[in-house]
Design a protein around this ligand. Structure first.
Ligand code: MG
Ligand code: MG
Length: 290
C-alpha cells in the first residue's frame, strides 16, 4: 500500500486548473515541511494574492493558510499571519470560520510603508519556521507579477525580504504555490517554466528550503495539515463544510476568484464542490492513518 505521504501528494497535486506543474517536485518536500512544522514552536505564515482587475484579494491562499494556523495553534504553537491590506479581511473571515480566537495574530503590511524593516519584523517574532502560501514573489526584475504580467508590486508589498532574512538567520522556509509567480518558486526546476505562459518573465526568483507545488495553493496548505495529522495521530484538518464556509465568508468581505476575477464561491475558476471533495479526500487519508 502507498504511504500516506504519497497519497497526500496524489491529492494536492491534481491539475484541475491545467497549469501543468503538478509533478514539478516530489512528495519528499511535503514530508520535510511536515517535520519542520511538528518541531517548531513559533511559525510565521504569509499569504494574500492581490487581483488588480478587482482591486481585491483572491480566494486562494487564506483558507489554506488559516487551516494551517488553526492546526498549529491547536498544537500549542505561536502563530502570526503576515498579509496586506487587500487580503486582511479575507484572512480574518477564514479565521472566524475556523474559530481561531484571539491567539492568532494577523498583521497587515501597507505597500506605502516602503521602509518596512523586514529584518526587525522577523527578529521581533523570532519564528523557527516561515511558511508562504500563495503570496506574490519577485521576478528577475524585482517586481511581483500576476500570471497575466500585471505588476502587483505597484499595489502590494513583496515579502521576499522575509525569506532573505530567514536565510541569513538560518530559519527554515516552506513555500506553497501553483503558478510559478509565487514567493518561494525560485526553487522550481527551471525547465518546467516552459509549461507556463510568460514563464521566464513572471517566475519568482526567491527560493525556499521546502517547496510544495499544488494544483491549487489552498490544497497544499490543507495537505500540510493532513500530513501533520497523520504524523502525530491527531486530526487537525478542517471539514469540507468549513471549506465552503471559508470561501463564502471571503466573498462576503470582497474576496475574488483569482482566475475568473468575479465574486463567486469558487477558487482558481474551480467550483467549491471540487475543493470540498479535495478536503474529503484528505480527511479519508487522515482516517486511514488513525
Ligand atoms: Mg497562484
Ligand atoms: Mg491559485
Amino acid at each position: 500500500m502507498r504511504s500516506w505521504i504519497d497519497r497526500l501528494h496524489g491529492v494536492y497535486t491534481k491539475d484541475e486548473g491545467g497549469r501543468g506543474l503538478g509533478d514539478a517536485v516530489g512528495p519528499e518536500n511535503l514530508s520535510d515541511a511536515i517535520e519542520r512544522l511538528v518541531v517548531a514552536d513559533r511559525v510565521l505564515l504569509m499569504t494574500g494574492f492581490f487581483i488588480a482587475d478587482a482591486m481585491a484579494g483572491e480566494t486562494d491562499g487564506p483558507p489554506g493558510t488559516v487551516s494551517l494556523a488553526s492546526a498549529l495553534l491547536r498544537l500549542g504553537k505561536s502563530v502570526r499571519i503576515l498579509t496586506d491590506a487587500y487580503s486582511q479581511s479575507l484572512v480574518s473571515a477564514c479565521a472566524e470560520v475556523l474559530d481561531c480566537g484571539p491567539n492568532l495574530e494577523i498583521v497587515s503590511i501597507d505597500r506605502d510603508t516602503a521602509s518596512t524593516d523586514y529584518r526587525h519584523l522577523v527578529e521581533a517574532f523570532s519564528p523557527d519556521a516561515i511558511v508562504s502560501i500563495e503570496r506574490p514573489g519577485m521576478n528577475r526584475d524585482g517586481k511581483c507579477l500576476s500570471m497575466s504580467r500585471v505588476d502587483l508590486s505597484a499595489h502590494v508589498p513583496c515579502f521576499d525580504p522575509v525569506f532573505h532574512t530567514a536565510k541569513q538567520m538560518g530559519i527554515p522556509t516552506i513555500a506553497i504555490g501553483d503558478g510559478a509567480n509565487e514567493l518561494g518558486m525560485g526553487s522550481l526546476p527551471r525547465h518546467v517554466l516552459r509549461k507556463v505562459p510568460h514563464g521566464e518573465e513572471i517566475a519568482a526568483v526567491t527560493d525556499c528550503d521546502h517547496l510544495i507545488v499544488a494544483g491549487v495553493s489552498n490544497w497544499g496548505g490543507a495537505a500540510l495539515v493532513a500530513g501533520m495529522s497523520c504524523r502525530i495521530g491527531k486530526n487537525l484538518l478542517h471539514t469540507a463544510e468549513e471549506e465552503r464556509s471559508m470561501v463564502e465568508a471571503m466573498v462576503d468581505v470582497g474576496g475574488i476568484d483569482g482566475k475568473t476575477k468575479s465574486a463567486t464561491v469558487s477558487v482558481d475558476g474551480i467550483e467549491i464542490t471540487y475543493h470540498q471533495q479535495v478536503v474529503r479526500d484528505l480527511q479519508a487519508i487522515i482516517a486511514s492513518c488513525m
